[in-house]
Design a protein around this ligand. Structure first.
Ligand SMILES: Cc1ncc(COP(=O)(O)O)c(C=O)c1O
Length: 421
């Protein structure tokens, strides 16, 4: 048998799948571990999908725009694989509002959400021997995608005591001539950081020194509610080339619409090299991109969404982040070193020596799911063992209920409360 197939089929089947932990994978396991009752419904603060809570709903104008484009019957065909020209132009104009040098439609490639923009970025940059610098903690899709592309991953730490800033010395020590890029997520998932203008500039200067580029994940762009305003990395595109990744998912609260982008922010033209542009276009041919009628709705969505909608979301996130931090202060055995200033998540440290019956973050989350029907993400899933990630994009009532249950759980498992002193 083996001889007949020449080993080929078996070789394909037996090839190793990267064994990275995925957020969806681990949350699925946790969900299966809950014992929901009528009194205690399951509350998930694990996923970054705000639409699970009805207080986070997309603007009516976005729905109207999609209905209009669908019922026009004009957008049932294929779009160019790089995206509809009017969609590329609308995103270019939208991002240019904050940039010193205006983008043009050709700088923008439309993708199926920011996830496919990550896939596109890593695939076009991949080459034999390549490595990529990723933040730790970070967003696990980067490492998973790198594993499929045979790109070596090198992690640099984000520093909790410094607003989760990038450890730039670590970045310099890790990079070499095979480094294809430094990934920066701002506003940050999983930490809720919003970097200052100065820190972003320092990152760009570091990339320049290392002769590499910045991959700026701005999927949470504009979701900032602390002291630092959101500053797009593209502002520093003249220092080092920047690939900006984004989507409608978070700011417009439509993650299921799968509308994202990859943008070259590079006034010096390094990324405009015809060979590189050809490479991006060819990869877009493979990807296919989002549905044409969703793309066609984008110009109207961007032009007509009112500021009041954005302000409402940001204010709600500010409020729920506040609830989270205040409640955590009352809970034994856990602490939050940094109050989130943006995005939808916060990292919380577990003080395991103060706890009984809890061996690590995974054990913590599984026991919490079983005993309290509350789902939180173990830090290991985002690269930080013995921490947990809490998503605060939830309605205030459910959030308070979940944090109340978390408190009971921590009290029950606290060393002191169990009279072990
Ligand atoms: C940092 C980061 N990048 C990318 C994505 C993927 O975005 P999208 O849902 O638009 O594919 C997410 C989603 O949570 C994210 O948190």
């Amino acid at each position: 048998m083996e001889g007949n197939l020449g080993g080929g089929v078996n070789n394909q089947i037996e090839v190793e799948t990267p064994n990275n932990i995925t957020i969806k994978g681990i949350l699925g396991l946790l969900m299966a571990n809950t014992e929901a009752t009528d009194i205690k419904k399951v509350i998930s603060l694990g996923m970054g999908d705000p639409t699970l809570y009805s207080c986070f709903h997309s603007p009516d104008v976005a729905h109207d725009a999609v209905i209009e484009s669908l019922t026009s019957h004009k957008f049932n065909g294929y779009s160019p694989t790089v995206g509809l020209p009017q969609t590329r132009k609308a995103i270019a104009d939208y991002l240019s509002r904050e940039l010193p040098e205006k983008l043009c439609a050709d700088d923008v490639y439309i993708t199926a959400g920011c996830t496919q923009a990550i896939e596109l970025a890593l695939s076009i940059l991949a080459r034999p021997g390549a490595n990529i610098l990723l933040p730790r903690p970070g967003f696990p899709i980067y490492a998973l995608c790198a594993a499929f592309r045979n790109i070596e991953v090198r992690y640099f730490d984000l520093i909790p005591g410094k607003g989760w800033e990038v450890d730039l010395n670590a970045v310099e020590a890790l990079a070499d001539h095979n480094t294809i890029g430094i990934v920066v997520i701002n506003p940050g998932n999983p930490c809720g950081n919003v970097y200052s203008y100065q820190h972003l500039q320092e990152i760009a200067e570091t990339a320049k020194k290392l002769r590499t580029i910045v991959i700026a994940d701005e999927v949470y762009g504009h979701l900032a509610f602390g002291a630092n305003p959101f500053v797009p990395m593209g502002i520093f595109g003249d220092i080092a080339p920047v690939l900006t990744l984004g989507s409608l998912s978070k700011r417009w609260l439509v993650p299921g619409w799968r509308l994202g982008w990859l943008v070259t922010n590079d006034p010096n033209g390094t990324l405009k090299n015809p060979k590189f542009v050809e490479r991006i276009k060819k990869y877009c041919d493979i990807c296919g991109g989002p549905a044409t009628f969703i793309q066609a709705a984008v110009p109207r969505i961007i032009q007509q969404t009112e500021d009041v909608f954005f302000r409402k979301t940001v204010n709600l996130l500010k409020w729920t982040a506040e609830i989270c931090c205040e409640k955590i202060k009352e809970i034994p055995c856990i602490s939050c070193p940094y109050k989130p200033e943006g995005s939808m998540a916060v990292m919380v440290k577990l003080h395991l020596p103060l706890m009984v019956d809890i061996s690590d973050d995974i054990d913590f989350c599984f026991k919490l799911a079983k005993e309290e029907s509350v789902i939180l993400l173990p830090g290991l899933a985002v690269g930080l063992k013995n921490w947990i990630r809490i998503t605060f994009a939830a309605d205030p009532v459910s959030l308070e209920e979940a944090l109340g249950r978390l408190k009971s759980f921590c009290q029950r498992h606290s060393y002191l409360q169990n009279d072990h002193h």
